[in-house]
Design a protein around this ligand. Structure first.
Ligand code: PLP
Length: 408
């Protein structure tokens, strides 16, 4: 992989027509370590967020020893880079053959579920393989309510009374049992974890079985951009969320239990930026060479404003507009699909034009992991970049600090 100091250097050297992922291994190591230091338990990186080999390798080298996995593809990806790492199979709904593969081939001993039929599936495999149930930990996934950019509790999780029954059933079989929840992604309200912990306490006291652990899932927010004409929204930082989480765990008496977290976004978001090219400017619209079917579907679903840095093409001799005025540009994706238009604009200087590049920051989570081959577009070019996105120079129109300072 080629290495550059900044994405601007990479764009000007490569003059790419395809979008280019800029990987920052040092930032990834830093963010992983910061999370592990702040969280008072085991950190299991959620592989679905970004399962690239370079990411898993860097995390393993940074000391991440556990991974939250959901499929045979993820078992294999983790095994390939970290043969000794522990895998937690936290998908609540699993194929029987995948459960067998997990237990038999990958030695996985931690699984999640939210229904009794799932208990039966696991038990069938455990009996067939003659595994001692007490070597297996079953986390019962609890339904939660909250405010996340991506609400997941509608899909998975047992209601509290049902969770009580599941805990008791698994305990009777001889499994070790724990409670887990996943409050959704990009949590904006720190009360969300508190409510889930309170609900866990209710379930624990009703179930009356010894708990082997509490898994608080993922959902920890990453920093993105915002509309510079408005006041910067009051988003709790990861530090605040973590200190509240710790005091809530204390207050509800969970601090003495083994704790697990499954962060994805907060660990990997800052580790990548993306260089895209403006294929055409049409008024206030920019047609770019990436989009919701490539690297940008998460920002579309979550209505996230992405931090965008202008990289003007020096080959363009004449420009219109005031370079010091920043405007909103509607962003149209590369495919012919009419829904391939971002839900939030890019904020860029008025001089942006056909042929220029844009560096999109903090795009490491749910970006390349979700890219498709739709319409024949499949970005797959990587470079390494050594300077963090936020520190890449004064020429940046939409670095996060600059955005926060804009008066609009
Ligand atoms: C997706 C997922 C995560 C990671 O969520 P982030 O919001 O990226 O931290 C963790 N746990 C489970 C069960 C998930 O499905």
């Amino acid at each position: 992989m080629q290495t550059f100091a900044t994405a601007t250097d990479a764009a000007l050297a490569m003059r790419p027509d395809v979008s280019v992922y800029c990987f920052r291994p040092e930032v990834l190591r830093e963010d992983a370590r910061r999370f592990m230091q702040a969280f008072p338990g085991q950190t299991a990186y959620a592989v679905k967020t970004n399962g690239e080999r370079m990411v898993l390798e860097t995390l393993a080298a940074a000391g991440v020893t556990a991974f939250d996995v959901a499929s045979p593809g993820e078992f294999e990806a983790v095994r390939a880079v970290a043969p000794k790492a522990e895998m937690l199979y936290m998908h609540p709904v699993k194929a029987q053959s995948d459960i067998r593969l997990a237990l038999e081939t990958y030695g996985i001993r931690v699984l999640a579920l939210d229904h009794e039929d799932e208990v039966a599936k696991i038990l069938r495999v455990v009996r067939a393989l003659d595994i001692d149930p007490s070597t297996i930990t079953i986390f019962v996934r609890l339904q939660t309510k909250g405010a996340a950019a991506y609400e997941l509790s509608k899909k998975f999780g047992a209601a509290p009374a049902h969770a009580v029954e599941l805990l008791q059933r698994c305990d009777r079989i001889g499994f070790k049992v724990g409670l887990c929840f996943h409050v959704g992604s990009q949590i904006e309200d720190p009360e969300t974890y508190r409510r889930a912990i309170a609900s866990s306490d209710w379930v624990r006291s009703r179930a009356g079985v010894p708990l082997a652990g509490l898994d608080v899932g993922g959902g920890f927010p990453a920093e993105y951009g915002h509309d510079p004409r408005r006041k910067k929204p009051e988003m709790p930082g990861i530090g605040e969320i973590m200190s509240r989480l710790r005091s809530d765990l204390d207050e509800w008496g969970f601090s003495d239990l083994p704790l697990v977290a499954e962060p994805g976004r907060v660990v990997v978001a800052r580790a990548f930026s993306l260089i895209v090219r403006v294929l055409l400017r049409k008024g206030r619209r920019l047609y770019i060479n990436d989009g919701i079917w490539s690297s940008l579907s998460d920002s579309w679903t979550g209505k996230i404003t992405l931090p965008a840095r202008f990289i003007p093409d020096p080959a363009r001799k004449s420009r219109n507009g005031d370079p010091n005025t920043v405007s909103a540009f509607r962003v149209c994706g590369a495919t012919c699909d009419s829904v391939d238009i971002l839900s939030r604009p890019f904020w860029l200087p008025e001089t942006v034009d056909t042929g220029d590049w844009i560096e999109i920051g903090h795009i490491g989570a749910y970006s390349l992991a979700l890219r498709s081959r739709f319409n024949g577009f499949y970005p797959d070019t990587f470079v390494e970049v050594t300077t963090p996105f936020d520190e890449s120079g004064a020429d940046s129109y939409a670095s996060l600090e600059t955005m926060a300072d804009w008066k609009g």
